[in-house]
Design a protein around this ligand. Structure first.
Ligand SMILES: Nc1ncnc2c1ncn2[C@@H]1O[C@H](COP(=O)(O)OP(=O)(O)OP(=O)(O)O)[C@@H](O)[C@H]1O
Ligand SMILES: [Mg+2]
Length: 254
């Protein structure tokens, strides 16, 4: 079985990478999980996963005649983690079209694929995870710009046949019931969780460790476990998912 999720938001800094690692760790209690830093231009998952010294990353796989994806796959925190490097030159040398083959290969060997997606929708590599995922987890902050950008992601995903798994409200301070119930009218899928603004999240990031490893009992970690519990990954046929990624024609961005 496999289901591919894109973790996306449109807006930068909403908590996509934090959410990818937290949802991945929570799902890894029941499933074989692979997380991929599909934000190849502004990669930062490596810093959240203690992989800032990784020798081989996705950038090395995405060049012609590059490394096999197995060389860029690391066992961390009960998951398979595929980090991406941060060099601009390596990003420029990487061919985003190759990411389809990489994800197709990974899909054959895992139950849940989580694609940490770029902010914005302004390039082929940026839209790829949203277009190819089975479902998109939309990470929002309770602010008008974040919700507005999240809606653009939803519109784009739906127009290419990707589903919406639901929304995660992150960095929530106080009661946002009103904002949340308004947003629920516009977003498909449930609110998966409301994650509080939390010093534990910052501390985990500074330590280079995912939140669920650094502060597993924190309210924020608990909220992410709740979100993961609501995802119920589908047991899609691995071959079908791999074929979809391999043969997809990535549209020009909007
Ligand atoms: N619930 C939270 N409480 C406090 N800080 C948070 C929370 N969620 C995320 N942060 C912090 O916000 C910053 C951005 O988070 P993260 O890197 O996960 O966002 P992102 O959406 O992946 O960003 P980018 O668009 O740059 O890839 C990090 O420093 C992270 O520690
Ligand atoms: Mg990120």
């Amino acid at each position: 079985m496999v289901e591919a999720f894109a973790v996306a938001s449109g807006k930068g800094g909403t908590g996509k990478t934090t959410s990818t690692m937290a949802l991945g760790m929570a799902l890894a209690e029941r499933y074989d999980v692979t997380v991929v830093d599909a934000d190849t231009g502004m990669a930062n998952l490596l810093f959240h996963a203690g992989l800032s010294d990784a020798d081989t990353t996705l950038h090395d796989v995405l060049v012609e005649g590059g490394a096999p994806v197995s060389a860029a796959t690391y066992d961390r925190f009960g998951m398979s983690v595929v980090p991406c490097g941060t060099s601009l030159a390596a990003f420029e040398a990487a061919d985003p079209d190759r990411l389809r083959d990489v994800v197709a290969e990974l899909a054959g060997d895992t139950d849940v694929l989580l694609l940490d997606s770029p902010a914005t929708l302004n390039s082929k590599s940026a839209v790829l995870p949203i277009v190819l995922a089975d479902r998109v987890v939309v990470v929002l902050n309770p602010t008008v710009p974040a919700i507005s950008d999240g809606l653009k992601v939803q519109e784009y995903a739906l127009s290419y046949g990707s589903g919406i798994a639901g929304t995660v409200f992150n960095r929530v301070r106080g009661d946002v019931g009103d904002v949340r119930s308004k947003a629920e009218r516009y977003f498909e899928g449930p609110t998966l969780a409301t994650v509080p603004e939390s010093d534990s999240v910052q501390a985990a990031r500074s330590a280079g460790v995912p939140l669920l490893a650094h502060a597993p009992e924190s309210p924020a970690a608990e909220a992410f476990r709740t979100a993961a519990g609501r995802l119920s990954p589908n047991d899609g046929d691995s071959g079908d998912v791999a074929e979809r990624f391999r043969t997809a024609v990535i549209p020009d961005p909007p």
